[in-house]
Design a protein around this ligand. Structure first.
Ligand SMILES: [Zn+2]
Length: 125
């Protein structure tokens, strides 16, 4: 099939190699894009980010802040375990909720795992 007439007039062609035929797509590229509408044409500046995105929740917490809070809650969980192991508190402290991701229950009677738990309570920076 010959290329479309507007391709001969200098319009951009879609740069995608098709999976099915292994040939280059013969459609016109969408305006300002490298690919045609069939192959995911979008301008990255048109992708809505942050407060403009329709699925934006509240903006109370950035991803970095969320990761830091998760890291700190793991650290706090290990500190609680260590305190319970040393009978530091007047009674065993109970933690509520599911354990944070990145936390694994360690057997603190084993010296190796005790050392690992102590290492996890140290700040990473
Ligand atoms: Zn295409």
């Amino acid at each position: 099939m010959p290329p479309l007439p507007s391709l001969l007039n200098g319009a951009k062609q879609c740069q995608v190699m098709t999976k099915r035929t292994k040939l280059r797509c013969k459609n016109l590229a969408a305006y300002g894009c490298k690919a045609c509408r069939m192959h995911g044409a979008h301008k990255s500046k048109n992708v809505l980010r942050g407060a403009n995105h329709p699925q934006y929740r509240n903006g109370e917490e950035t991803l970095e802040a969320k990761a830091e809070r998760s890291e700190k809650s793991v650290m706090f969980r290990y500190l609680t375990d260590l305190g319970n192991h040393c009978n530091m508190f007047y009674k065993k402290l109970k933690t509520r909720g599911r354990p944070p991701s990145g936390y694994t229950q360690l057997d603190l009677t084993d010296p190796e795992q005790l050392a690992l738990a102590i290492l996890k309570t140290l700040p990473s920076k």
